[in-house]
Design a protein around this ligand. Sequence first.
Ligand code: OSB
Ligand code: MG
Length: 377
Amino acid sequence: MRVQQITLRELTLPLREPFRISSGVVSERHIFLLELRDADGVVEWSECVAGEQPNYTWETVETAWMAITSWLAPRIFETDFTSPSEVQAVLDRDLRGHSMAKAAVEMGCWGLAARRSGKSLSEFIGGTRDRVVTGISLGIQANPEALVTRAQQARKDGYRKIKLKIMPGKDVEYVNAVRQSLGPDVTMMADANSAYTLSQADHLAKLDAFNLIMIEQPLGQDDLVRHAELQRRLATPICLDESITSLDRAEDMLTLGSGRIINIKPGRVGGFTVSKAIHDTCERANVPVWCGGMLESGVGRAYNVALASLPNFKLPGDLSPSARYWERDVVTPEWTMDADGMVRVPRDRPGIGVTVDADRVDNLTIRHQVIAPGRSS
Ligand code: OSB
Ligand code: MG
């Protein structure tokens, strides 16, 4: 397989409701789509999940656009691959960082290879599930009542896990209000996006009272050592998100005891090859993983759903259906969730399993660039 052309598109897609985490808010996503075409004219789409601002990781749409056009795409054009599992090493050779940019290209190659083979992406990567269990991630609200309203709606919708974003000043009171209103049986967790320091360990330990299945990334975005100390002081399992940027970091977490669960986002770790390696390592260590989200469009969601169909994705993922985010998605069919909080894996369709609505994408596009060997326009 040889990729011969990649078309980059940046589109703006307003969220139904602004999404606030401890480090910032987004009201309108800048969705970054790639359309990859191989030498035989086969086409598949992928999505780069970099943010508008460098508040989750340092990557942004701007840095990813530059990395793909300047360094990553030219390498891909030069190389014949027999399997997409070879792509990650080519992109990583003497090229540090830029994981989300690499992931967009690497995952696009997996999607393309699946489509070429006539198999669904899920089947192609060894997924075993027909449906994946889904949770919702609720942004920080102005007051506990507003959060309770959204959490109650989420339970009615059927979500199997309710994740509450927290930050200092909007934590214990908010989690308590939701736990009181939903009762003891609803699966709940909190995500701090690195908003705390180890000196706040006693305060964080107050969250132990609410029977959360985990607390996600309480401390520094690249920290492992302090998380290990914090885990010793908390009953609630720590789940790492931002800190797990590679297989090495996942192994370090296991060695140090920095947490007991990993949120795998393929964009954050550089794509499917590393995601699968982390998945396999955690499975051997008896550590459950789940698939996180980055407010993707229906294209990125296709990759997340396929990944989450692997057997060790044992906990509900941030895999909400299209309508949770958008008035209208950019793919057909849109992603839906049934009343049991399950999203169907399109194992009966080749490639990513959804069709990109090209007219809608064109209408929303604010920047576009075609890259091919010897061409950039
Ligand atoms: O930390 O998991 C996170 C969105 C943007 C940046 C970071 C995170 C999130 C989410 C959204 O929690 C999950 C989703 O896509 O539904
Ligand atoms: Mg997170």
